[in-house]
Structures are given as C-alpha cells and as structure tokens.
Design a binder for this molecule. Structure first.
Ligand SMILES: [Zn+2]
Length: 306
C-alpha cells in the first residue's frame, strides 16, 4: 500500500482496530469465559475491549497477540507492518521511529521485533519439492575482541567464507517457486565447519521425499550421498568446471538470495547481533516469499493475531 492507499483504507483508529479484530475472530466472537458466541459487543468506551452479555465478562480482543500489550495506536502498528512489506531491504528501528514520529527508539525497536516474530511463524514444513538448492553464507560483524587469537601482529583479520568467525546462515530455495527457507546454524564449536547432520536436518524439515538437492562441494554435504530418511537425490556442483553450463546444475538461486540478505543486513541494519539474527533472516525470507504487498500485509496481520 502507498501512504495514500493506507490512509484511505485506515482513515481512523477504529478502522484499524476493526481490521485487526476481524482478522483474529473472523465474524464470530467467542467468549473466553463461558464460550458463548452470541451477545458479544465492543465496549463503547474502548473498542479494543469486548464484552459478553451472557456472563458479563469484559476482555481485550487483542490479548495473546503481538498487539496485546501496546499503548500505541493500532494504526501505527498496521503502518509499520505495511512499511516492512513494501521496503525491499527492510526497515530499521531508527527509520520507523522517524516515520511514525515516535519519541522512543526502544518502542520502535520492540515493534519491529514483534512484527518479525509474527513473520517467523510462516510455515514451510514439508513443502519444498522437486529441485532445491542449499547453501550457507556468513554474516555478522567482525569477531569480538576477546574471541580473537592473537597473532604475531597482535590481532587477526576476519577470514572470509568458511572458517570465518561470522555467523553461518543455511538456506534452502525451491527452484519452481523461488521460495526460500533459511536458518541461523551455529557450528558445534566456534571456528568449526557446519556438520552434515545440521544441514540434513534443515533439508528434512522443509523438503518432501525424493527431492533433488543441489549443493556445492563442501564436505559436509557428503552426508547426502549416503542413505537419507527422505531419499534425497544429491547433485554436487563443482564450481571450477560446471559453472553456468546451462544444464540447470547450479546454486545460483540461493547465492543471489544471499546477496540480497547481505545488502539488507549491512545496508539497513548495519550491525545485527547473533541473538537477533534469526529474526532478520525470518523477515528476509517472508518478504522474498510473499512478493505481493497486499497479500503479504494480510498474511502478516493474520500471523500477528494467530
Ligand atoms: Zn461469556
């Protein structure tokens, strides 16, 4: 939605509340106390509250959702969700704070944190089929000082690619749809490579039986050459010889996703701590997988009230 469309769709705070409440309950309210489905009304003094005329209970229509504890206007929340959907690289808390004219950076940050949590509930289990590509990338800042091994010159450069102390993210893309699923996967020990079992677990989670899996030559993918529970078919690509032969043997799809992820992590968010990296990755996947802005907006609101 453009700003103009947004203000037309949600001209008032009541319109925003109605929208969220109906995303949650559909047309049927249920009283949490007596289970009654009739005679439930919005409180006239606070449209966020519902009232059951059968057992005379009042409750918040938003309890248990990401909007449950907010004192901010729900219009601001919907605006923030819409902003997350239409910004190709994501929205920083500072940017959101400015857009919404919020006094407090922490509130803007918390808002994005909860919205990303909702996006992270998008479900991918057992949905990828036919041909997928799997690959890892490494994101994050330089290694922390205390983790550096002192070399002769007193400090160590952060190595690129595998063996770096950045944080690994493993991603799987489905060729036919272009959908991506990605997960932060910390190796068993710092500085170690990701294990085959870790990689296989991720494929097991998202892929159907007999999926063909394209990988590069990382040794850990060798686990796919043995027996796997879902009988995956492994195609290993030797980047030095078969690159862009035009026979479909490549991992270019996932690699171009990584380029976008890195641009957003370094360009918009500057620094993402390991603790919150999965959330950024969830947001990134959600945006790539739901490219129609209006559908993505609707889906995010539904996940937010789920
Ligand atoms: Zn009741």
């Amino acid at each position: 939605m453009t700003y103009f469309e947004f203000t037309r769709r949600f001209p008032t705070e009541e319109a925003a509340i109605d929208f969220i409440v109906s995303a949650r309950y559909g047309d049927g309210y249920v009283c949490p106390k007596c289970g009654c489905v009739h005679k439930i009304y919005h409180q006239h003094y606070d449209p966020r509250k519902l009232y059951c005329n059968n057992c005379r209970t009042e409750w918040s229509a938003l309890v248990g959702t990401i909007f449950g504890n907010t004192h901010l206007d729900l219009r601001m929340w919907l605006y923030a969700i819409n902003l997350c959907m239409v910004s190709r690289k994501g929205v920083s808390a500072l940017q959101l704070q400015r857009e919404l004219g919020m006094g407090c950076y922490k509130s803007a940050w918390r808002m994005l944190h909860l919205i990303r949590g909702a996006m992270g509930r998008d479900e991918y289990r057992d949905t990828f089929e036919a041909v997928v590509e799997i690959d890892e990338t490494y994101v994050g800042g330089k290694p922390r000082k205390e983790n550096r091994h002192s070399g002769d010159d007193g400090h160590r450069r952060n190595r690129r690619g595998r063996g770096t102390s950045k944080t690994p993210v493993v991603g799987v893309t489905e060729r036919s749809s272009g959908r991506i699923y990605a997960r932060v996967a910390l190796p068993a020990r710092e500085g170690k490579k990701l294990g085959g079992k870790q990689l296989l677990k991720i494929l097991d989670d998202v892929c159907r039986k007999n999926t063909t899996v394209m990988t590069d030559q990382l040794n850990s993918y060798g686990i796919l050459d043995g027996r796997t529970g879902k009988d995956f078919i492994h195609i290993k690509i030797d980047h030095s010889t078969t690159y862009s032969l035009g026979d479909g043997r490549h991992t270019n799809t996932i690699e171009s996703c990584w380029a976008v992820l890195k641009r957003s992590v370094y360009g918009v968010f500057h620094h993402v701590s390991v603790k919150y990296l999965q959330q950024y990755v969830d947001e990134f996947c959600f945006r790539l997988n739901n490219r129609d802005f209006d559908e993505a907006f609707m889906k995010c609101v539904r996940l937010a009230v789920a």
